[in-house]
Design a protein around this ligand. Structure first.
Ligand SMILES: Cc1ncc(COP(=O)(O)O)c(C=O)c1O
Length: 529
């Protein structure tokens, strides 16, 4: 009935464009507040796919949710309850923003980013506290209690140049205290794109990654479209009062369309009478007050009927009103419009890789990480996996195009002695390679499958085969309790994807093997591979 369509390709495209726009600076994508309402885990996954170096969240709870979903990218969390136990950050490899001596003590054992207040007046040590914080951090670092990985601050958008200068003063003071933080970061979206002096080594992209926040002169696309199905359309006489208080009265006989979205879903009541709604090819204004669950649109004599699609906001390029239009109507900012969309609105993920990852089952998983230097070594790793494979086994391969998934599968196929060349199955979805004795190898490309139902159409005999699936994350885990997951990453992202670049071809890959279920846990645990 009501949906927020989240286009993960838009997120990926935006993150790529943003990374390219900030030159050599690293990029953090901020996925706090449920990824600005878009869904923290799918957005985080998409951002990492697109090369984000870091993920930013507000608190440890949000950070742990990313880890529980299997996201292993570096994460920074920066707002802490005075009583909260920060030790899970150590276990889960989460960096902590630290604003005070007290937090520094509580963060013992963790990697920290010291936060200084350079003029926002929120968290961060005040200038009068910098010296003590830096001294104490240097002592703690020398004794091995913490690692000061970063020094950072946040801009107010008022006098950014003054804050840049204050930040530089803080950097000098930290260095004078004997600290050499490897990551200096100050800029969020606006400053990252408009004030190169504020970039330092890392920038934190929030709103721009979602395709909102203003015009940046980049090809950014809004990722969220908020829509609902018109639940009724009825003819009413002139003079009919609409919604509470009858703020709107129909000027003539007309059709009223009822849209099942209200302030209970995050649609601002403040935009009553003003918020734009597109139905068909026309954009109307909300008639009367936005109620908790619904709003009304006066569509005149247009042939709107029950079941039509009503779009509150989305991509202007597709003719939709925007979150910015709603922000204007509600006298707020587009950040708030998307972030407040509530849990009653179903998030529907579209775009390649739109399936949210299945939470890791930590009780039965084991993880091994290492480097694989060459394509030959990748095939060799495939052979080692093959030595373990038997009928009923499932191997999921994750990694961007060109990462080496097919090379690994080729290694598996060669070691199993399968018939037929193992090549990318992109155009066939699944290819079965028979063997003289033993179960066949079924090589699946799930890239274009969006649901397990589509997979069922392939009629794979999982029990009698060894199944290796590329792009299968989040789709296949229900068919077995045990599976081996192989993540292949290029440490420097995918910008070297140009295959004409011979050096890039032999760039070492970071491979992570995750054994799910008792069978694979044991193997990953034991072998050290
Ligand atoms: C500390 C910090 N950094 C970065 C961001 C991202 O900001 P923006 O959405 O403007 O890019 C936020 C969000 O408010 C933040 O709190």
């Amino acid at each position: 009935m009501r949906r927020a369509i989240i286009d993960l390709d838009a997120i990926r495209g935006n993150v790529r464009a943003l990374r390219a726009a900030v030159g050599g600076a690293q990029s953090m994508v901020v996925v706090k507040a449920n990824g600005y309402g878009h869904g923290a885990v799918p957005v985080a996954q998409a951002a990492v796919d697109a090369g984000a170096d870091w993920l930013g969240v507000v608190d440890l709870t949000e950070a742990l949710a990313l880890r529980a979903a299997g996201i292993r990218a570096p994460v920074l969390a920066w707002l802490h309850d005075p009583d909260s136990d920060l030790t899970p950050a150590i276990e889960h490899g989460i960096d902590l923003g630290v604003s005070s001596l007290r937090q520094l003590a509580a963060a013992s054992g963790a990697n920290v980013h010291l936060k200084v207040d350079t003029g926002l007046g929120r968290s961060g040590a005040a200038p009068s506290e910098w010296a003590a914080l830096f001294e104490e951090a240097a002592v703690a670092q020398r004794s091995g209690r913490i690692r000061v990985r970063g020094l950072w601050s946040h801009l107010a958008g008022a006098d950014d140049a003054a804050q840049v200068a204050a930040f530089e003063t803080a950097v000098s003071a930290a260095r004078a205290a004997g600290l050499e933080p490897e990551l200096l970061h100050l800029a969020a979206s606006h400053a990252a794109l408009r004030l190169p002096d504020a970039r330092f080594g890392l920038v934190r992209f929030g709103i721009a990654a979602y395709g909102l926040g203003g015009e940046f002169g980049l090809p950014l696309r809004p990722a969220m479209t908020l829509e609902a199905t018109v639940v009724s359309a009825k003819r009413v006489a002139a003079g009919t009062g609409v919604s509470y208080g009858h703020d709107y009265v129909t000027p003539r006989e007309t059709t009223l369309a009822l849209v099942p979205l209200g302030y209970g879903d995050g649609v601002p009541r403040h935009a009553s009478g003003r918020g734009p709604v597109r139905i068909g090819e026309r954009v109307y204004r909300v008639a009367g007050r936005v109620a908790m669950d619904q709003l009304v649109v006066d569509v005149g004599d247009d042939p709107v009927t029950e079941g039509d699609r009503a779009v509150l906001f989305g991509d202007a390029a597709a003719g939709n009103p925007t979150a910015g239009d709603w922000a204007e109507a509600a006298d707020t900012i587009d950040y708030e419009i998307v972030t407040r969309i509530g849990p009653r609105v179903q998030r529907v993920y579209v775009g390649h890789g739109s399936r949210p990852p299945v939470p890791a089952r930590s009780d039965v998983t084991a993880v091994w990480r290492g480097n694989v230097a060459t394509p030959e070594a990748m095939a060799e790793l495939g052979a080692r996996i093959a030595a373990e494979l038997r009928a009923g086994d499932l191997v999921l391969l994750n990694g961007e195009l060109g990462a080496g998934k097919t090379t690994l599968t080729r290694g598996i196929g060669a070691a199993l002695g399968v018939r037929g060349a193992v090549t990318s199955p992109t155009f066939v979805l699944a290819r079965t390679h028979p063997r003289v004795d033993g179960p066949p190898l079924v090589h699946v490309d799930a890239y274009r499958l969006s649901s397990a139902l589509e997979l069922d159409d392939l009629d794979i005999d999982f029990e009698a085969s060894i199944v290796v699936v590329e792009w299968g994350k989040g789709l296949l885990e229900h068919v077995t309790t045990d599976w081996l997951e192989v993540d292949i990453e290029r440490p420097h992202g995918m910008e070297h994807l140009n295959s004409a670049d011979a050096a890039a071809e032999v760039e070492p890959r970071e491979v992570t093997l995750t054994g799910h279920g008792p069978r694979w846990k044991e193997w990953v645990d034991a072998a050290g591979h």
